[in-house]
Design a protein around this ligand. Structure first.
Ligand code: IPE
Ligand code: IPE
Ligand code: MG
Length: 246
């Protein structure tokens, strides 16, 4: 059962913000440019949002950078995205380290090209000791695949179905130590979750903006946090119950 988390029950800064960074292609298309230019510009938004999240005291920022389904895009685009990822990790790790940002990744990482995996391992090890913000990159990530991979682990370990509860299941997810997202942001106006963190977003507050990802910078992120601060999270309880002293 999902228990109410008083620390996250309104007015507060979300501990974990998850973002579906969408709209790079449309941003480029509006300018009659190649989609890849949109992805490149989107990296500037990643930098901005990391800074803003850290400043706001967010503890975990999960960015949906590449979905399981995105492998089906044209080869040139997939290659360009993998190249941008590698370059981002190589060039950004020192600055992330300086800012106290720890880099992690979730997803079917074994499917990434070797160079991208190597860059990821390097950035992870460089920033291992950082404590201010965890930047979790969802790469080759699919929520259904994550649930299946947890199930495979549970079966492999011979888990007794009668004893299987939510806490046990959670331990088999990609990053069991992370709290569930409090706030899920999607840019570019699409009202769907596109296979992102299906288990973890059970009680996330959802914020959708029409702003395209390359235009989503500090001010837009702060706007999302302000919207979150005005929400009343009820976790299935009544407003009266939530006002009662514990
Ligand atoms: C999001 O932008 C980035 C990835 C999915 C990798 P899109 O590339 O999906 O941009 P649109 O949705 O086509 O505008
Ligand atoms: C979701 O965006 C995946 C990422 C942001 C990485 P998509 O553009 O792939 O999602 P759909 O196809 O619009 O649902
Ligand atoms: Mg898209």
């Amino acid at each position: 059962m999902t228990q109410p988390d008083p620390a996250a029950a309104g007015g507060a800064t979300p501990r974990h913000v998850a973002v579906i960074m969408d709209g790079n292609g449309r941003w480029a298309r509006l300018r009659h440019w190649n989609r890849v230019r949109g992805h490149r510009e989107g990296i500037e938004s990643v930098r901005a949002v990391v800074r803003a999240a850290r400043r706001a005291g967010v503890q975990v920022l999960t960015l949906y950078a590449f979905s399981s389904e995105n492998w089906g895009r044209p080869t040139y685009e997939v290659r360009a995205l993998m190249g941008l990822l590698r370059r981002f990790l190589r060039t950004e790790a020192p600055s992330l380290k300086e800012q106290g940002v720890r880099v992690r990744a979730i997803g079917a990482l074994e499917q990434l090209p070797a160079e991208a995996r190597a860059a990821l391992a390097w950035a992870e090890s460089e920033t291992r000791e950082c404590r201010d913000l965890q930047l979790v990159l969802a790469l080759s990530y699919g929520g259904r695949e994550e649930i299946l991979s947890a199930l495979r682990g549970l079966l492999r370990d011979g888990t007794d179905p009668g004893r299987l509860d939510e806490e046990t299941f959670r331990r088999y997810l990609y990053a069991p130590d992370l709290p569930d997202p409090d706030l899920l942001i999607r840019t570019s106006g699409e009202m769907r979750v596109s296979n992102f963190l299906l288990w973890q977003i059970a009680y996330a507050e959802i914020y959708v903006t029409d702003v395209l990802w390359p235009d989503f910078r500090e001010a837009e992120f702060e706007r999302a946090l302000e919207s979150y601060a005005r929400r009343e999270r009820r976790f299935g309880l009544t407003t009266e119950q939530l006002k009662e002293e514990p």
